[in-house]
Design a protein around this ligand. Sequence first.
Ligand code: GDP
Length: 329
Amino acid sequence: MTDVTPPDDLAPRILAGDRRALARAVTLVESTRPDHRAQATALIDGLRGHGRQALRIGLSGTPGVGKSTFIEAFGMALVEAGLKVAVLAVDPSSSRSGGSILGDKTRMERLSRERAAFIRPSPSSSHLGGVARRTREAVALCEAAGFDVVLVETVGVGQSETMVAEMCDLFVLLLAPAGGDELQGVKRGIMEIADLILVNKADGDLKPAATRTVADYAGALRLLRKRPQDPEGFPKALPVSAVTGDGLEGAWAEMQTLARWRKDHGWWDRRRAEQAAHWFEEEVRAGLLSRLRTDPEIRTAMAEMAESVAGGHLTPDAAAADMLARLRR
Ligand code: GDP
């Protein structure tokens, strides 16, 4: 498709499961340099058609709910079961603060030492569109490298959750036990994209509260419209403890049940196809917006037209039609 060649023999090394090559490739997709971008696109394109599919799991939860502890315990359980696990993080806050909550190196210490695991913290500072692309490409790279499970972690901020759900096969929402009977301000939109709600910290003194919270959410989920892509009983709410490990095996069993059912009923392929179409449109939109922002000729024309519109010489609609016609040329 393009005549740019990715560096070295990255593609075959990735296909051979070489983690260092994978790490280099992820660095490449994170780069915003135009030559790197072209190489990354060529690399991803060249890796098409390897036929491997990981189970992509989106995982979200507010800071402190236990995401790292959960991923460490859950990831270790998967590795012990003989699976290869990749963990990627999307941290929308890092674009504002420049620092990353999900980038802390001390997180998931045991898992990060496992040969069958690949952990990549979120890159610091990038706009959400850039984060979406790099995460999507990193997922594709992990899949090509033969990972069985790719966990994409994000903090509970609406936009990033929707974005992560758009690139995953399953979406898991991690919650903490609630004190009262309120639904922790979880937005309806997030409930609607969740396939599994896991109430973490269901241990010790917190166990009764966790049990109540699970019941509350199970009730709330029953009120949602049944989705055609779900078997009976989904979405579900379950208690887990990332510390004791209780419920982790059950949660994994539910994820597999759901994935199996969707594969058997055509929803899996359909969803991936819809996601590919979605991201194609997003990329076109992002590319156009970037031209509007960066192309000097277009910027000048935009500024001139804006002035004409402000001065009452052109209607906004006529100016927009004119501008769009110029973009087509
Ligand atoms: P994150 O910010 O979502 O990644 O949360 P962390 O994994 O860093 O956990 C936040 C705090 O909750 C830490 O003090 C953990 O030890 C604690 N925690 C995490 N999981 C559990 C659990 O299953 N039970 C209990 N009791 N505490 C937990």
